[in-house]
Design a protein around this ligand. Structure first.
Ligand code: BG6
Length: 500
């Protein structure tokens, strides 16, 4: 990605007054504006049913910025940004609204001297995505993918489908109006600084990559733990569950970056080819193996930071006997030369005691217990922890001799903290991803085959789960590290989960 301002364009946000636009997209665009990353002509159009005028939309976004913006801003900056904001009232279900939108965009383009580049951002519920993409094409809003003229691009939020069949169907629908190179499927975990650093850490340093394989690595744990519950999204969670919400996308993306082969170039398709290879090398599991190697959990009432919180079944819009999972653990095997025999353990959970996303690589212990005679019976393995958030950083746990006349080994930590070295403020993932989409760089976005390969794996598990409903839910108290079964999953292999 270049550091020059992005090419001038009209950014159209569908769901312009929705939660994502207010919380993430507009604050990110404002940051980019303040950093001089947006071309002066660039306009931002909010398409929504509920917005009446430019002024009303601007006022709403101003309060959104006050609530969710990263930095405080002055009146002058706000006024300059507000000058880029336009509303377009419309209904996603009505073809006429798209015809009107076209006229509105063309008028804004003419007024601001824009050449016609368009970035369509679908920040709308998943059920509306296919139709909205199709209507954009039908209304003639999309420029051809080839040729020297202005470009059109589509940014799509997750979840991209509900299972393999619906993901394929959605891809077909979206492809009716957009070519693959025009489609930017967002997974905001890829925009996180520390996720990107994973590749720099592995491949920009000479010392780690030689160890990054089955000869030296015992196993890998990937954790996405949240203290949050379903936060008013009971209806969505009832349909989705954490396996679709977090494992299918964020976790499999992290897994790909940890496990993939070094790409021959840092280019979108080369990187994405390597990620797809990882997904395709994951060993398919039989239904019996799925039941053995996956764990479902659901939180019961408990307490987080000393504060009582309700159980999942007591959340609004959740069925009183819901069988939906808010915790999932999964043991995977990647069957390639690098990783054969190294288990990857994934776990994601809501209402766990701590918010933490990390990747922990546990190395094999030395082949000889040299200090056994001196009474050191168990030597802890070296663990490399890549902390994605919060408290971003990298830590290596190593054994060191305790000072003194006897041979005692203690595990100590070499710790690199982003905030200590680079300062507190890290750009939000959406800033980076919006900028990349404007620059036309899809490296950090999911490609069609990648999404379908991920759904293929996930759908196999979901099918077995559906056939075999969990009978023990809820099975963990809010504020604990998840169900017993998850502990057993590792205990069976003589291992245990890290307590981050
Ligand atoms: C979203 C999920 O994709 O990611 C949420 O829908 C989850 O359920 C969120 O809370 C976590 O994102 P982050 O950036 O806070 O780790």
């Amino acid at each position: 990605m270049s550091s020059a301002p992005a090419p001038a364009a009209t950014i159209v946000i569908f769901g312009g007054s929705g939660d994502l636009a207010r919380r993430k997209l507009v604050p990110a665009l404002f940051e980019l504006h303040c950093q001089g990353q947006l071309a002066p002509e660039t306009a931002i159009v909010g398409f929504a049913r509920s917005v009446d005028s430019d002024e009303a939309w601007r006022a709403d976004l101003r309060s959104a910025l006050a609530e969710f913006g990263q930095t405080a801003h002055g009146e002058e900056e706000w006024l300059a940004f507000a000058g880029r904001l336009f509303h377009a009232r419309g209904d996603l279900k009505q073809t006429q609204s798209f015809v009107d939108l076209k006229a509105r965009i063309e008028a804004i383009e003419a007024e601001r001297g824009l050449a016609g580049n368009r970035l369509f951002y679908l920040a709308i519920p998943p059920s509306g995505i296919g139709d909205a993409a199709a209507r954009l094409g039908e209304a003639g809003l999309v420029h051809p993918a080839e040729g020297p003229g202005p470009w059109s691009r589509l940014v799509v939020e997750k979840p991209f489908g509900h299972d393999l069949a619906s993901a394929r169907e959605l891809n077909e629908k979206v492809h009716a109006s957009f070519r693959e190179r025009q489609i930017f499927r967002i997974d905001h975990y890829l925009g996180k600084e520390t996720t990107q650093n994973l590749l720099v850490f592995r491949l920009g340093n000479g010392i780690f990559e030689p160890l990054w394989n089955r000869r030296y690595v015992d196993h890998v744990q990937i954790t996405v733990a949240e203290t949050l519950g379903v936060e008013g999204r009971g209806k969505f969670y009832e349909e989705s569950g954490i396996f679709r919400d977090i494992v299918e996308n964020h976790m499999l993306q992290l897994l790909c970056l940890v496990a993939m082969e070094p790409p021959v170039a840092f280019e979108a398709n080369v990187v994405r080819d390597e990620k797809v290879k990882v997904l395709r090398s994951i060993r398919p599991q039989t239904p019996e193996e799925i039941l053995r190697d996956t764990v479902r959990g659901q939180y019961a009432a408990g307490s987080i930071d000393g504060r009582p919180v309700p159980g999942y079944r007591q959340e609004p819009n959740v069925a009183p006997a819901s069988g939906r999972e808010t915790y999932a653990a999964w043991k995977l095997q990647i069957e390639n030369w690098r990783w054969a025999g190294v288990p990857f353990y994934l776990r994601a959970g809501k209402r766990l005691p701590k918010r933490v996303t990390e990747i922990a690589i546990t190395f094999k212990t030395p082949p000889i217990a040299l200090f056994r005679r001196a009474g050191v019976l168990v030597q802890e393995p070296n663990v490399l922890v890549l902390r994605i958030q919060p408290d971003e950083g990298i830590a290596l746990r190593i054994g060191a001799k305790q000072p003194g006349p006897t041979m005692r080994v203690e595990t100590v930590k070499m710790d690199f903290k982003y905030s200590e070295h680079f300062g507190e403020k890290t750009p939000d993932a959406y800033e980076r991803l919006l900028l990349d989409a404007l620059h036309g760089d899809p490296t950090l976005f999911a490609r069609r085959d990648e999404v379908e390969a991920a759904w293929e794996l996930v759908t196999a598990v979901l099918d077995v789960w559906r056939e075999n409903p969990a009978r023990d839910l809820p099975n963990y108290e809010a504020g604990t590290w998840g169900p017993e079964g998850a502990m057993e999953l590792l205990a069976r292999d003589g291992r245990r989960w890290r307590r981050p």
